[in-house]
Design a protein. Structure first.
Length: 399
């Protein structure tokens, strides 16, 4: 019986490919293909490892925001995977020879995916390598590679309350647009009051579309909160506990929050005033941490600097440079080492790696590891920043 401490969790990553190889080796060539069985076909349709999508149309909102209408490429992807409103696609982008992935929430509804359409609404971000590249380069007819729909920022009737208050800022509006449509389509059985913060009304995305949804269903309503403009019938200022309290329903409700990191941090100080249970507060991905040394729990005594990063991947060892300012995932990607990664927020677990040697800083707000990971030295490189030379075993992109 092996000692639990001697087990390497990275070996489990190889379980599925090893099993598939064994099945292939042992296959009776005359036996029916696994695709003969409806359950296998359904599983593949719902959870494809990759989707190839053609850009059918681009709808500009303003100079910095566009909606991309995506359809199956018709060759490698014949139909789109269904999803729950609030899911995201991990999109692969090749920026100057660097292959990177970034998560983008689907702004289309689940029903639209059954009609062969996804949409992604992407906003320019300062320093946003991938978003800016997409906005400047994607054109109609291009084929893009994405994951299946992923994520946990979805409504669940067994966990969430029937009444949902949504709080959105910036491009954090996209999953709520999908949810509002799903409610109007009868695909989600909840009510949504959406509190949407922008500087001015002109910046608010989907304003006309939200009005149409309100005409289709009484289960959705929109509250605009404008920080730099006063308009009748709209709130002024920043979304805080006082504004949220004005719109909370009688009885229990769930609070869903999606927006920029500054909004999460601000609302962390406001939500305790609402007296909600932890399970009734749901937050979308925090996103990549930039400037880790500005995080409140960063070890201030550590000096900024550059270190060696030894990476074991696919049976090969590579030594590259990393520095205190960028995550280990970014360091590996910048050196051309492709590591599986989807959420880039310490949540999905795809980049889960074994820290063999060295010290890392992981901001507490994105440390989504289990206790065993902490005890036995496993980390998510997407949210881990080096404080010394590092040695790491990372999962293969093939798993
Ligand atoms: S990419 Fe999701 S946990 Fe690292």
């Amino acid at each position: 019986m092996p000692n639990i401490r001697s087990l390497n969790k990275m070996d489990f990553v190889k379980t599925v490919p090893n099993r598939e190889a064994k099945i292939e080796e042992a296959s009776n060539k005359d036996a029916p293909s696994v695709d003969t069985y409806i359950a296998n076909r359904l599983a593949k349709a719902l959870h494809p490892s990759v989707q190839y999508l053609k850009i059918k149309k681009i709808i500009p909102f303003d100079a910095n925001t566009k909606t991309y209408i995506l359809v199956p490429d018709g060759e490698k992807t014949k139909e789109l995977a269904y999803f729950k409103a609030g899911s995201y696609l991990s999109v692969e982008v090749d920026v100057k020879g660097l292959q990177i992935t970034r998560p983008y929430s689907l702004s289309s509804s689940p029903k639209e995916s059954t009609e062969g359409v996804y949409s992604l609404s992407i906003k320019r971000a300062s320093g946003g390598l991938s978003s800016n590249y997409i906005l400047d380069n994607w054109k109609v007819g291009d084929i893009v590679k994405t994951s299946a729909p992923l994520g946990t920022f979805t409504y669940s009737p067994i966990r969430d309350q029937k009444e949902v208050i949504g709080v959105a800022g910036g491009s954090g509006i996209t999953p709520f647009y999908s949810l509002a449509k799903a409610i109007a389509d009868g695909d989600e059985d909840c009510s949504l009051t959406l509190i949407y913060g922008t500087k001015i009304l002109k910046e608010a995305l989907f304003e006309k579309e939200f009005k149409e949804i309100m005409e289709r269903t009484p289960k959705f309503r929109l509250v605009n909160v404008l920080s730099d403009e006063k308009l009748p019938g709209m709130e002024t200022g920043f979304i805080n506990a006082g504004i949220i309290k004005k719109y909370i329903p009688e009885g229990e409700y769930s609070l869903f929050i999606c927006g920029p990191q500054a909004m999460y941090k601000y609302l962390d100080g406001e939500t305790p005033k609402l007296g909600l249970r932890r399970k009734d507060i749901r937050k979308e991905l925090f996103g990549e941490v930039h400037s880790p040394d500005k995080c409140p729990d960063y070890p201030k005594e550590k000096k900024a600097g550059e270190f060696d990063l030894t990476v074991h991947i696919d049976g090969v060892t590579k030594i590259i440079k990393c520095n205190t300012e960028e995550s280990l995932l970014v360091a590996m990607e910048s050196s051309g080492i492709m590591v599986p990664a989807h959420c880039r927020s310490g949540l999905c677990g795809w980049c889960h790696s074994r820290l063999i040697k060295g010290e890392v800083y992981i901001p507490s707000e994105v440390d989504g590891r289990r206790m065993t990971d902490k005890i036995y030295g496993y980390i998510h490189p997407c949210v881990s920043f080096p404080l010394s030379d590092i040695e790491l075993e990372v999962p293969s992109f093939k798993h």
